[in-house]
Design a protein around this ligand. Structure first.
Ligand SMILES: Cc1cc2nc3c(=O)[nH]c(=O)nc-3n(C[C@H](O)[C@H](O)[C@H](O)COP(=O)(O)OP(=O)(O)OC[C@H]3O[C@@H](n4cnc5c(N)ncnc54)[C@H](O)[C@@H]3O)c2cc1C
Length: 353
């Protein structure tokens, strides 16, 4: 692990109209050949807005070749033990932003960042935690494990899958935690090049001695890995409330069916003290409709992951292209992530929290 640091002057820390604040990169840590950590300097004036819980993420906005892109990155730092805010970005083989960050970010750069979000956090219980991470999925999981060990008496276990030894992020830090918290923390490394792809049996073996109702399970990694782990945990009878999933990749979305949205005539939106009714433009999401109506509707990741843009459909109906933020009960109550919600009834009324 190689670190470069400096003491740069702080950025002004003033949020722009979309809620993004320029945070200066104050240290760059090369974790592996394809992953880098950035320690971001949060100005004093923005400390409250950027306080976070282990497992949460920020959305960063970058401009590459004149085009703006937003991506979510979880904090790998643990708020219970460190005041720095650190994200860790792993190269996606053909990905745009992850490679750009790995190749270009140096100390002194500003990274436009929106405040932390997310529900992949520790429950307020004394349940032990069993965690599963694949590749870059270690980022929030490391924060959860570190925080659990440092700030609670709960025990933690980690099943950590990687392609090969070279790609293991935080290997030394995890070994340190195992040493410091002997008897409270155990890590099992799974390397595909030695052990084969993670099979359901390996997961079943790992949880065999688990006491499911008294354990919280946290899972983050590539989709096939998450699907395998989730299936085994559900088959083992893990209650839904104890199973916490964080998906980094957004499911492939079918294009909107024009006939479906063509039925909608108007949308009424309540945000704060304002209520506005506007004609609906076919194909637009509820978030786009709110913006066209001149409302400053909240939003962040715009992938259906963070839940910042959630609102309740109180009249009519809407369908979400992707939802990785709301649970089934909330959806039943009419909550939608508006960045992904297309109205499907002639009249729709939406109320922001
Ligand atoms: C809540 C959350 C937290 C996250 N936390 C982290 C984290 O801590 N660390 C981390 O490294 N990542 C994290 N991610 C993932 C991260 O946000 C990015 O998705 C990731 O870095 C890839 O972005 P990219 O721009 O490099 O790839 P993109 O350019 O978005 O491409 C992603 C993949 O899609 C493929 N692709 C792109 N365009 C097309 C197309 N038109 N057709 C077919 N395929 C295409 C690319 O080949 C690539 O494989 C998180 C995601 C979420 C939702």
């Amino acid at each position: 692990m190689e670190a470069s640091t400096t003491t740069p002057h702080q950025s002004t820390g003033v949020a722009d109209a979309h809620g993004f604040t320029p945070l200066r990169v104050k240290a760059v840590v090369r974790e592996t050949t394809d992953a880098v950590s950035l320690v971001l300097d949060v100005p004093e004036a923005s400390r409250d807005r950027f306080s976070y819980r282990a497992g949460q993420f920020v959305t960063v906005r970058v401009t590459i070749g004149g085009v703006e892109h937003r991506r979510c990155y979880s904090m790998s730092s643990a708020p219970a033990v460190e005041s720095d805010l650190r994200i860790t970005v792993k190269r996606d083989r053909d990905g745009l932003v992850s490679n750009w960050i790995n190749d270009t970010m140096t100390v002194g750069h500003d990274l436009h960042t929106s405040p932390p979000e997310g529900r992949f956090v520790l429950t307020e219980t004394d349940r032990d935690i069993v965690t599963f991470a694949g590749g870059s999925g270690i980022t929030p999981v490391f924060s959860l494990v570190h925080s659990t060990l440092a700030a609670t008496t709960r025990r933690a276990r980690l099943f950590y899958a990687n392609r090969s030894r070279d790609s293991v992020i935080f290997r030394d830090a995890l070994a340190d935690l195992t040493g410091t918290h002997r008897g409270r923390f155990e890590v099992h490394h799974h390397l595909d090049d030695q052990d084969g792809v993670v099979s359901p049996q390996r997961i079943a073996d790992f949880i065999a001695d688990g006491s499911h109702p008294h354990t919280d399970y946290y899972v983050c990694g590539p989709t096939p890995f998450m699907d395998t782990v989730e299936r085994v945990l559900r088959d083992a009878g893990v209650p839904k409330a104890n199973l916490h999933l964080e998906r980094f990749t957004v499911a492939a979305v079918p294009p909107p069916n024009p006939a479906e949205t063509a039925v909608t005539e108007e949308v009424t939106i309540t945000l704060g003290r304002q209520t506005i009714t506007v004609p609906y433009r076919a194909g637009n999401t509820l978030l786009q409709t709110a913006r066209l109506a001149g409302l400053k509707a909240p939003s962040s990741c715009e992938t259906g992951s963070c839940g910042t843009c959630m609102a309740q459909v109180t009249t009519g109906s809407a369908r979400m292209n992707n939802n990785d933020a709301l649970d089934d009960d909330e959806v039943d109550e009419g909550w939608v992530v508006t960045c992904q919600a297309l109205p499907t009834s002639p009249k729709v009324e939406v109320v922001y929290e």
